[in-house]
Design a protein around this ligand. Sequence first.
Ligand code: SME
Length: 165
Amino acid sequence: MSTSRDRESILEEARRALEAQLAVGDRIPELLEEACRILEHSVPWYDWVGVYLVEGDELVLAAWSGPAATEHVRIPIGQGICGAAAREGQTIIVSDVREDPRYLQCFLSTRSEIVVPIRRGGTVIGEIDIDSDRLAAFDEDDRVLLEWLAERLAERLPQAGKTAV
Ligand code: SME
């Protein structure tokens, strides 16, 4: 397991890589792809990283990075942990997905999950969804990094639901 010092420096390095990518000025599809790739590659406990965007009453997968595709490319708001976070407009951390009845399974190996809404003006326009194969992988440091990224992405997304790829 990583020590808390390791965790902090890994997350800080990921933040710097994300900042550099945000400064490049990519178009939205490329920016979302790169953000997912950076997170998945630089944080060992992030095993699958996706960004969903709101389209009507659904979350639509816009970008992802991980070992395999998910079958959940469209999730109705209100369903799953993703749908719950979108409806509540709040970050949800699930330490053990097997204990959460809301959980929609993507990968057999997943043990914990964090979902961070991307909000603009009080409206949820998307979210960052990360699965980990480790039990209780996510803590406040992950939340702070991912909420920071969600704010940066919200500044760049032109309109809710118009930019899914
Ligand atoms: N587990 C999510 C579904 C999306 S996959 O993790 C990629 C959920 O419960 O909403």
